[in-house]
Design a protein around this ligand. Structure first.
Ligand code: BV8
Length: 265
């Protein structure tokens, strides 16, 4: 996919001139690492479910084993993936910005840990993490290891079917609630500290890089507009147009792994 050189030149100039950069990433950031986006058809056994259907407290209350298993499967799948060149470019750029007395802060809608494994610190996981757990009843944080793909749970559909009947563990604090993933489900409030840090960051930045998000889920999708409203430039990286594309300072039709190294390194 080739981006018009003029657009890339403009975006590079904005990036070089910026001292306070905020990266707002979505599922497309991890697509080239092999993590399916929400817009991708669910793979295999999951194709009969939609994320919006499973990622709710109602679904968890109604079918705890199914929802718990979906998150187990996703956590193990992420563990089998590696950060891509886009994640790594952000890690390098974050260090270089700090050395120059500037900052590059990462705010992500993603629940994977690929930004961290790619070398970047993350200011805010707006929608939680696949690797954090708490009690669905007493809210106590809980240690839990979802295991790895090598545990054979990525094998045949029969393995997956068997795994689907995995009930969430009982909370060791209250001894009656079950664990739930530390994920923000549809209809749930975002962690206030995460969202307010993200809002402050976009209000104070001079460039927002919006990478791999369809811009459909609120309130995360409002952040690029808050950056624009504060006078920042907004550069979008996405192989497809989104509702933000017409309002962005520059929109680059390309992928995270292709364009972030070109833009930042
Ligand atoms: C809230 C964790 C206040 C789960 C996620 C009714 C009741 C309550 C709320 C609502 C309601 N109706 C609407 C709402 C608001 C709702 C919302 O926005 N719904 C949408 C569907 C309309 N929001 C909420 O519920 C939020 N909470 O509003 O609380 C409240 C509370 C109670 C009552 C009223 C209000 C909570 C939202 C958080 C949900 N949790 N994630 C999990 O992971 O299982 S959201 C989840 O979906 C992701 O985290 C992400 O945010 C979103 C998916 O979007 P993207 O990341 O953009 O991914 P997507 O697949 O869509 O797009 C990928 C993009 O990448 C594409 O553009 C593609 O072109 C591009 N791409 C592909 N490959 C590449 C690439 N780009 C670059 N490189 C590539 N290689």
């Amino acid at each position: 996919m080739t981006v018009a050189s003029g657009l890339l030149h403009t975006a590079r100039k904005l990036t070089e001139d910026a001292t306070r950069v905020v990266v707002l990433s979505g599922a497309g950031m991890s697509a080239e690492s092999g993590v399916p986006t929400f817009r991708d058809a669910q793979t295999g056994l999951w194709e009969r479910y939609s994320p919006e259907q499973l990622a709710t407290e109602e679904a968890f209350r109604a079918e705890p084993d199914l929802v718990w298993s979906w998150y187990l499967w996703r956590a193990r799948m992420v563990r089998a993936c590696e950060p891509n060149a886009g994640h790594r470019a952000l890690g390098v750029a974050q260090h270089r910005c700090a050395e120059r007395g500037g900052s590059l802060q990462v705010v992500t809608q993603n629940v994977d840990d690929l930004h961290e494994r790619g070398g970047a610190e993350v200011l805010a996981h707006l929608h939680g993490s696949l690797f954090e757990y708490r009690c669905a009843d007493c809210d106590a944080p809980a240690e839990f290891d979802p295991g790895t793909a090598e545990a054979g749970h990525m094998g045949t559909e029969e393995d997956l079917e068997k795994m689907l009947r995995t009930p969430p563990p009982i909370c060791s604090q209250c001894a009656h609630g079950t664990l739930r993933p530390g994920i923000v489900w549809f209809g749930e409030m975002l962690p206030m500290d995460a969202f307010s840090s993200a809002q402050t960051a976009v209000e104070q930045c001079d460039l927002a890089l919006v990478v791999g998000t369809s811009g459909l889920v609120q309130p995360a999708a409002s952040l690029p507009y808050r950056a624009l409203g504060s006078g920042a430039a907004v550069v979008e990286i996405n192989p497809e147009a989104t509702p933000l594309s017409d309002d962005a300072t520059v929109t680059l039709r390309g992928t995270a792994a292709e364009l972030l190294p070109e833009l930042l390194l």
